[in-house]
Design a protein around this ligand. Structure first.
Ligand SMILES: [Zn+2]
Length: 399
């Protein structure tokens, strides 16, 4: 992996070097032109003014005529130089494109398979793309794609995203009402999943009143009385803090120990909290499946391309054909870990439905195929401890 990373960084550096050259050229050209063009504009403006001041019958002296001719030819020269510089810039820009082609492998053919997205899978792919568009709030584009692809998704498919998006947009405008309504409707389920969304929304509504100053102090107290009692059990300390900040209303919050409650951090946080908790409530993942696949692919692609090159060079590329698994294990990092997996320590394979993990009587776990291989009749000797046992007593376990 380290080798691949170094190669990637080298490639990026090479492209960046070309990019720096372009930027430097752009800088020089624009600086030069800003200077000359400003000067010329000023000069021509002055000439124009002089023209306006004299009468229509005025005849230019030879000296004035030659100044005018010079000015015109200078402008022409500047324009033609601008055109030349522009052409030069273009060649530098295209060098960046060439550097990208040279340093990165544009051919992903080796790591895809024909027919991967045909038939039923094509439909699923379109559905995933649509879901992503709906999630991003691009409802019209999602609808358009459905129509063009002949995909019929029923209303229930789109609805949750429409609502999520509407509420999120309101939160971005610091409007809490839609989110408060939604969380009151879903109160029991939110509490069951351990969410503090509703409390956080009420806290912001309360702080909004406090922020308005002393004339809203009694409104803030009324709001607290009406809404905070249900949260005292779960958020006792936070409610105490909120009540404490009321003391500073007359003097102003700035410089008070509660000033941190009024920065925009809580507003950023509420959008994340809402997205996370609402997605959990609706049984959706926080990131769209397409976004997750895309970033997993970006991480995995360099390693896969590299191993493919090695396999082709050693003429063993055929061993990857027709298998639904990758030729190497790729660690995508913690954020891509969703559930535990079990790899059999004997067969060195990931457990599957057809070969599930089995717990032996001694507590050690191996896969069922390994268990069958190690057992002889009614006897099995655990490969990890001297415990001898009956293989039929092993229990299937589920992660
Ligand atoms: Zn054992």
């Amino acid at each position: 992996m380290a080798g691949i990373k170094i190669k990637m960084t080298d490639s990026c550096d090479a492209v960046e070097r070309e990019l720096d050259k372009v930027l430097q050229k752009f800088g020089c050209v624009s600086e030069h032109f800003n200077r000359t063009i400003d000067k010329q504009i000023e000069f021509i403006k002055a000439l124009k003014q002089q023209f306006e001041e004299v009468s229509d019958e005025y005849e230019l002296t030879p000296n004035q005529a030659s100044i005018l001719c010079d000015a015109v030819s200078q402008v022409r020269e500047t324009v033609s130089r601008a055109a030349t510089d522009h052409r030069d810039l273009h060649s530098s820009v295209s060098k960046v494109g060439k550097a990208i082609d040279r340093n990165f492998n544009p051919d992903f053919g080796a790591i895809t398979r024909d027919g991967l997205f045909s038939g039923e899978r094509a439909k699923i792919l379109t559905q995933v793309v649509c879901q992503h568009l709906y999630r991003q709030g691009m409802l019209d584009i999602g609808d358009g794609l459905c129509k063009e692809a002949g995909l019929e998704l029923d209303g229930t498919y789109k609805e949750p995203f429409v609502e999520l998006h509407r509420i999120l947009e309101a939160l971005k405008q610091q409007d809490l009402t839609p989110a408060l309504d939604w969380s009151a409707d879903n109160r029991d389920a939110l509490i069951a999943q351990g969410s503090s969304l509703e409390f956080k929304l009420h806290r912001l509504a309360f702080l909004n009143l406090v922020k308005k100053g002393r004339w809203y102090q009694s409104a803030a107290i009324t709001y607290a009385r009406q809404n905070f009692s249900q949260f005292v059990k779960r958020h006792e300390r936070e409610v105490q803090t909120l009540m404490g900040c009321l003391l500073y209303v007359p003097a102003g919050m700035e410089g008070s120990p509660y000033a941190h409650l009024f920065d925009n951090g809580l507003w950023d946080d509420i959008q994340d909290t809402f997205t996370r908790d609402a997605c959990a409530r609706l049984g959706l993942s926080v990131d769209s499946p397409l976004a997750v696949c895309f970033s997993a692919g970006c991480t995995a692609l360099p390693a896969l391309l590299n191993i493919c090159q090695v396999m082709q060079a050693r003429q063993v590329s055929s061993i990857w054909n027709g298998k639904d698994e990758l030729p190497i294990e790729i660690d995508l990092g913690k954020e891509f870990h969703y559930h535990s997996v079990f790899a059999c320590p004997i067969l060195r394979q990931q457990a599957s439905e057809s070969n599930p993990p089995m717990r032996l009587m001694c507590g050690h776990v191996i896969s069922r195929d390994a268990l069958h291989k190690l057992a002889s009749g009614n006897k099995l000797k655990c490969p990890y401890c001297p415990g001898e046992q009956n293989p039929n007593e092993a229990r299937l376990i589920t992660f």
